[in-house]
Design a protein around this ligand. Structure first.
Ligand SMILES: C[S@@+](CC[C@H](N)C(=O)[O-])C[C@H]1O[C@@H](n2cnc3c(N)ncnc32)[C@H](O)[C@@H]1O
Length: 585
């Protein structure tokens, strides 16, 4: 897998702009202090210190030059900057005397090719890019957006770390998928930020927010993770503070910033970027948005893409300053009227919890007997969002996960769909412990963001087979999940028995057909629930599960009042009934 180190972006244009653009950070601070009432105009990022920026840029340019010396003339030619007209958009922001354009030049990024980290760890990307260069004509060669490429690699690398199922997917392929999906968009930390979901329940607990002025919970700070993962922890780390929630500005989370040694499993800068973007997308009152975007979101993305630690840190503190000045009551009325949120918020929020609890202890989940029923694997958040929707999960539903692992599916059903009750049963000790830890962290993080977490319950360190609590709940349940992909036939038989009292209309999501192939009704199974299931098979897309990036199929079975008619369809019945009888004399 590639390192998250990212090569510098193309040389930003120097501006001919006047010195009036130059204002020091201290000036910015004093301006902030003086302002008694916050206006819709937020502090401008052009006031950021420019000296470091200039130094960094010249360093980047030098690096770029020397690194490019190995590149063939033919390739160099194709790396030439392209005309202004091919820039993606026209908005720009100024940081001191350097004009930082958010326009994305459509050219290939030389430093990507020369980045040692990328070269060492993802040769497939480089090969793919070179072959692309060779095969395309000049016009199309120059259409690869520089910054998007840089951003994509870095952000995809992080995605690879946090999403186990795409670990083995060639980075070049991920990149091209990412680029296709994001064509024409600005660089953003939040992926697919335009994909919104309607809120399925009153997600924000306004009474709670109004009643609490300070955050009382205890959270696991991100620094615990950086410490855990980074071998060279003591070196080159800068400690910074982020106000993650605009609702509780008294709470600051510690982060270790290090652009030089980004660990594959946890990238604090990426998490910060996402949190800040969600503040913008969800919590920020409308009148602050355009300035926040111009002065914080865009420069933060640029500083990340340019590996510019100094600017990144300054923009985070500018963000903190800004949040301190936004009237809380305006955020509250923003939340009062909110109807939809980006779907990725749910996934990233859960990832925040997962990365603090499960990621550092992932090895604990490997303590199972090979090929046993306890082989561990996870359904991934996007797939869950979709399949829950398909099953019409909602705030009146009871959801049960039989074999709930570390509790991911249960907490997502609660957080995203606000189910009346989300319940899980898990037999493995380690997975059960991680479930409990995830639940505590989730509850606290929800408080920090004013999220009303609906009822969650588990039956842990015990089997769902002959489990009274499970049996009682199953009778009222609306959606059952059983990730039975690796369950043996005995356990699948036990699942059948466990599900026997499901109510009519209940839906069962499974990865293997609950009715084994060749199943027919006979005298012995006439009472089985399997006869009353309408079973639909669906295509499981790629990247839906943690154990492989390949697709497959999944099933949704709906409990019917009566027998499933298809069981009487001779063409679907056992082979022997379809064979024409042969008579001989
Ligand atoms: C493939 S994992 C699925 C985890 C989670 N439901 C998901 O889809 O992300 C299957 C889980 O079922 C658990 N399991 C297997 N047999 C079980 C049983 N009889 N009772 C409860 N849990 C069981 C395993 O320990 C494992 O954690």
């Amino acid at each position: 897998m590639s390192s998250n180190h990212e090569p510098p972006e193309e040389k930003p244009e120097s501006t001919s702009s006047s010195d009036s653009d130059l204002t020091s950070v201290s000036q910015l601070d004093s301006v902030s202090e003086q302002s008694t009432e916050i206006e819709a105009t937020l502090p401008d990022s052009k006031q950021l210190n420019t000296e470091t920026k200039t130094g960094t840029i010249s360093k980047l340019l030098n690096d770029e030059k020397s690194d490019c010396s190995e590149i063939s003339d033919k390739v160099k030619e194709k790396l030439m900057p392209v005309p202004e007209s091919s820039y993606r958009d026209s908005s720009s922001t100024s940081l001191g005397n350097i004009q930082f354009t958010t326009k994305r030049p459509r050219k290939v990024e030389p430093s990507i090719i020369s980045s040692p980290e990328i070269l060492n760890t993802s040769m497939n990307v480089e090969t793919a890019r070179y072959s692309q260069l060779e095969s395309n004509n000049t016009t199309t060669q120059t259409t690869k957006p520089t910054a998007t490429y840089a951003t994509s690699i870095s952000k995809l690398s992080s995605a690879q770390n946090s999403t186990p199922n795409i670990k083995n997917k060639p980075l070049a392929r991920l990149f091209s998928e990412y680029n296709d999906a994001h064509e024409g968009e600005q660089s953003r930390f939040v992926e697919n930020y335009k994909t919104m979901i309607q809120l399925h329940y009153k997600m924000f607990d306004l009474d709670y927010i109004e009643s609490k002025a300070t955050f009382m919970g205890t959270l696991i700070p991100s620094t615990m993770l950086t410490k855990h993962f980074t071998n060279l922890y003591e070196q080159k780390v800068t400690k910074i503070k982020l106000i993650p929630s605009p609702l509780f500005i008294d709470y600051e989370e510690d982060y270790d910033i290090n652009f030089e040694n980004i660990d594959k499993r946890f990238n604090p800068m990426l998490e910060i970027g996402k949190i800040i973007e969600y503040t913008y997308l969800i919590f920020l009152p409308e009148r602050f948005k355009s300035n926040f975007e111009r002065n914080i979101i865009t420069p933060l993305n640029l500083s990340y893409d340019n590996l510019n630690k100094e600017d990144f840190i300054r923009i985070v503190s500018l963000h903190n300053e800004t949040l301190r000045k936004i009237p809380r009551k305006e955020i509250l009325s923003q939340l009062k009227n909110i109807k939809s949120i980006p779907q990725s918020f749910i996934h990233d929020f859960l990832q925040c919890v997962y990365s603090r609890i499960v990621t550092p202890r992932a090895n604990d989940l490997k303590h199972y007997e090979a090929f046993s029923n306890n082989v561990y694997g996870e359904l991934l958040p996007k797939f869950l969002s979709d399949v829950f929707m398909q099953c019409n999960l909602n705030s009146n539903s009871i959801f049960i996960d039989l074999g709930s692992g570390v509790g991911n599916c249960v907490v997502q059903a609660a957080l995203e769909y606000g189910c009346k009750l989300s319940f899980g049963c898990e037999i493995m000790k380690n997975a059960s412990t991680l479930t409990e830890l995830q639940q505590v962290e989730l509850e606290n993080r929800c408080k920090l963001f004013g999220i009303r977490l609906q009822a969650i319950d588990f039956s842990l360190r015990t089997s769902f087979v002959n489990n009274e609590k499970v049996s009682t709940l199953l009778k009222k349940c609306d959606v059952v999940l059983v990730n039975n992909f690796l369950f043996d036939s005995d356990l699948n038989k036990q699942v059948e028995n466990t599900l026997k009292d499901l109510k009519i209309g209940c839906k069962v999501i499974s990865l293997k057909n609950l009715r084994p192939s060749g199943y027919t009704i006979d005298f012995f199974n006439i009472e089985s629930i399997l006869n009353r299931l309408k079973i639909e098979q669906f295509k499981l897309n790629e990247d839906c599960v943690s154990w492989t990036h390949k697709g497959g199929e999944y099933y949704i079975s709906t409990v019917l009042e009566d027998f499933d008619e298809t069981l009487f369809d001779p063409s679907r019945r056992h082979r022997k009934t379809r064979r024409p009888s042969k008579y001989s004399r």
